[in-house]
Write a protein that binds this ligand. Structure first.
Ligand code: NFE
Ligand code: MG
Length: 519
């Protein structure tokens, strides 16, 4: 028996992703991950003042704009030659803006995007207690539509009624927590989404005592939520669905560019970062250094004019919607020709194998509860656990870092504008490794390329026939009911894909590049 499962769009992610899985005798044999929307921000930058990149590139996405602002700023730091002269205030402000966004994004992912794969909201339908939130949700779903709580995948909801109700109440509370985290970004970022503060040469916000106190207070409330709600909820789901420690492994090769600068070493590959840079292979559990020269993108299976595997400095973004054999607007990034998974799991593995004590204690604590070894991390639940642990770590660090700001001291280092040069910004977004590469001539952008976390994770097959990480995670998965493929959506969502980011490439004239039926 062979059949094809098409999920289009995969909802409760950001952007437009289509998944196709060929299933034989109940097991996925082939899988295709397709980005179904063409954008084009890299091309918008051509001919502009390079400083615009730190504003325009944030428009890639409303979920992780801080990361694009910061990746652009890192690339521009190098372009303008100030990468070794970022002040402590500038460095810390960037970390605070970025870190508060991580906290928001991870809470968003677990509750608003992923939780409903495991939590049955209909358990609230006959609620008769006094919790006002649950009463509101009961009345809402009692009107006959489940609104944001769909699609549901019947057949495998395993929490008890009480656990389901608790999780639904936390789903609503998480919205308030995300507001707090957004406000924390805006304290030093000016606004969220699309902060105005991260710029080449540092940051522009003035670190005043009232802002420091306000940021700290918000982080206190957030760490309380992470400790008492988010981490326990992830463990609750993990206990009921512990088989998902063995599902969705994927390529088992992990790449991180590192994040949260601890110094301003001019070489981004030497800079001390709180979460380290490097590659971890599941087979050896060691952190290996990265050579950024080995990063390439190719378009073998993407709707772009072919130019082979090329380094991003030489990359092009030329759409070709009629290309034979192509099936995605996402390109295929590779490191030294190899497929790499990026994201919180990659970062936590990097910290784990380099002996970060806190990470080791937390990761071993979770694995110990399930009598599992580190290989259990290469899984759907491994990704959720890594994300939750990272949220806790980052929120705790933010409370320390904000107290290191120096009110009254400079946040920004000036530079000259007439450059013919280039710059690389390697950095981590909540969803993983993010790189921006800029080439300028006579003070104007000549080329701009971004290689984005979801491009790594959701990219299609390359010329060597290697499927992308999400595709590899799907292949080999057992599907119980082809009409109700909950296993597949759980795998896809564990990556927290964002297709707005992955397909960041709009034609200036707004040309209609293709029409797709969304079924
Ligand atoms: Ni649109 Fe993004 C993050 C970036 S994902 S969310 O995190 O960069 O590819
Ligand atoms: Mg790109």
């Amino acid at each position: 028996m062979a059949g094809k499962i098409v999920i289009d769009p995969v909802s409760r992610i950001e952007g437009h992703l289509k998944i196709e899985a060929t299933v034989e005798n109940g097991v996925v044999k082939e899988a295709r991950s397709s980005g179904m929307m063409y954008r084009g921000l890299e091309n918008i930058l051509l001919g502009r003042d390079p400083r615009d990149a730190a504003r325009i590139m944030q428009r890639v996405c409303g979920v992780c704009p801080t990361s694009h602002g910061l990746a652009a700023a890192f690339a521009l730091d190098e372009l303008y030659g100030v990468q070794g002269n970022i002040t402590d205030n500038g460095r810390i402000l960037r970390n605070l803006i970025q870190g508060a966004n991580f906290v928001q994004s991870h809470i968003l992912h677990f509750y608003q995007l992923a939780a409903l794969d495991y939590v049955d909201v209909t358990a609230v339908a006959d609620y008769s207690g006094s919790d006002p939130t649950l009463n509101k949700v009961r009345d809402f779903i009692g009107r006959g539509h489940l609104g944001p709580f769909v699609p549901r995948y019947e057949g495998d909801y395993r929490l008890s009624k009480e656990e389901n109700r608790l999780a639904v109440a936390h789903y609503v509370e998480a919205l308030n927590m995300r507001r707090l985290a957004h406000e924390a970004v805006a304290i030093f970022g000016g606004k969220m989404p699309h902060n105005m503060s991260i710029v080449a040469g540092g940051a522009t916000a003035a670190p005043t005592l009232d802002k420091i106190a306000s940021f700290l207070w918000k982080m206190e409330q957030l760490t309380d939520f992470i400790d008492t709600v988010y981490l326990p909820d992830v463990l609750m789901v993990a206990r009921r669905y512990s088989d998902y420690f063995g599902i969705g492994a994927g390529c088992k090769q992990y790449l991180s560019f590192g994040v949260f600068d601890m110094d301003s070493d001019p070489d981004l590959t030497k800079r001390q970062r709180y979460l380290p840079q490097g590659i971890v292979r599941g087979s050896e559990l060691k952190l290996r250094r990265i050579d950024p020269g080995k990063i390439t993108e190719e378009v073998e299976s993407s709707w772009f004019a072919a130019n082979g595997p090329v380094h991003p400095y030489d990359g092009q973004t030329v759409p070709d919607r009629d290309k034979a054999g192509a099936y995605s607007w996402v390109k295929s990034p590779r490191y030294d020709g190899e497929v790499m998974e990026v994201g919180p799991l990659a970062r936590m593995l990097g910290a784990y194998v380099t002996g970060n004590r806190e990470v080791k204690t937390m990761v071993d604590g979770v694995l110990g509860q399930f009598h599992a070894g580190p290989e259990a991390l290469f899984s759907v639940l491994g990704r959720h656990a890594a994300r939750a642990i990272e949220t806790k770590l980052v929120a705790e660090r933010l409370k320390e870092w904000v107290l290191q700001l120096k009110p009254g001291e400079p946040t920004f280092t000036p530079f000259g504008l007439d450059v013919t040069s280039r710059g690389m910004g390697l950095h981590e977004a909540p969803r993983g490794a993010l790189g921006h590469w800029v080439v300028a001539e006579g003070g104007k952008v000549k080329n701009y390329q971004a290689v984005v976390p979801t491009t790594w994770n959701a990219g299609p097959m390359d010329a060597k026939g290697q499927p992308g990480p999400i595709e590899q995670s799907l292949i080999g998965t057992k599907v119980k009911d082809e009409k109700n493929p909950f296993e597949l959506v759980r795998i896809v969502r564990s990556y927290d894909p964002c297709l707005s980011c992955a397909v960041h490439v709009v034609t200036p004239a707004g040309e209609d590049l293709g029409r797709f039926v969304v079924g």
